[in-house]
Design a protein around this ligand. Sequence first.
Ligand SMILES: Nc1ncnc2c1ncn2[C@@H]1O[C@H](COP(=O)(O)OP(=O)(O)O)[C@@H](O)[C@H]1O
Ligand SMILES: [Mg+2]
Length: 299
Amino acid sequence: MPKQNTANRALRAALFMDKGGVTKTTSTAHLGEALAREYGLNVLLIDLAGKQGDLSKQFGIHDEVRAAEDDAWPNISTVFAEEWSTIAEKVPDAVEDMIWETDENVDLIPAHEGLDSVDDDLASVNVEDRYTRLDEFLTNYVDPLGYDVVLLDLPGLTNNVTLNGLFATGRVIAPLTMGEFEERQLDQLVADIDEIVAGFDVDLELAMVLPSMYDKRANVDTEMLARLREQYPDRIAPSPITSSQGVPNAQAEGRTVFAVPNDELLATAKRVKDAYTDAATALLQRVDGETATASTETN
Ligand SMILES: Nc1ncnc2c1ncn2[C@@H]1O[C@H](COP(=O)(O)OP(=O)(O)O)[C@@H](O)[C@H]1O
Ligand SMILES: [Mg+2]
């Protein structure tokens, strides 16, 4: 194995399921906050999920991001362009200027309307370069900024932007709402990952299954959770994310449940907070385990 300097590389993961409404954006934000608050890590979230800008809404900065959008060049869509490295050299602070601080503990690169055309633009790029542009951006321009963790909020469908996100992270966290359709969707994701790994010879793994909008009083939910635990014993998050009105309530105020004072927090939302914290802990442990195994193999 080639010797790699991994010391400066952030832990990367992509929140992905080939479906909308499965809590990808919510989980990106809450997992990021858990890693930043509980572990003091420097966390950067990147919104690749489309111009609606749900991640900046989640953190209550959408209006400001929107107001600045026309002047926001370069932006997250620019990093997929052939000329990106030239742009990055010529524009001072090109990357720093893309990054927004939130009122909470994570930083954010918001979506941009330019993302709309990136999938099409990439389709005409030769295959060797088509899927690696985001990886190069993270390695050459984001890692030097010293983030510990980079989480990607990916589109709820598989396109060239999605594939860039999967190639760049090598690690999928799959939020999964409770239901038969979703369960099949997860099997499909596992098959898709296998196909990508075989077809492109890249490292890509399902790092975590994150059961979400879980209701412990519903038999269908408890039964599905039991099946998932059996099928993915080392991938399943330690605690399911409870369904709680406290989540959309907090989001309507532009914050995560972590930012809601304890005395205002619904009991169910407290469980959401704890479950995301447990997921953050498990993610760090598993990545530590991988690193330990990798260095044993090298020795
Ligand atoms: N734990 C939860 N309990 C209740 N509602 C939730 C929970 N997590 C997310 N939601 C709601 O579910 C909807 C979809 O979540 P979202 O994160 O936008 O999914 P996606 O990014 O996959 O489309 C949003 O309206 C969000 O407020
Ligand atoms: Mg979303």
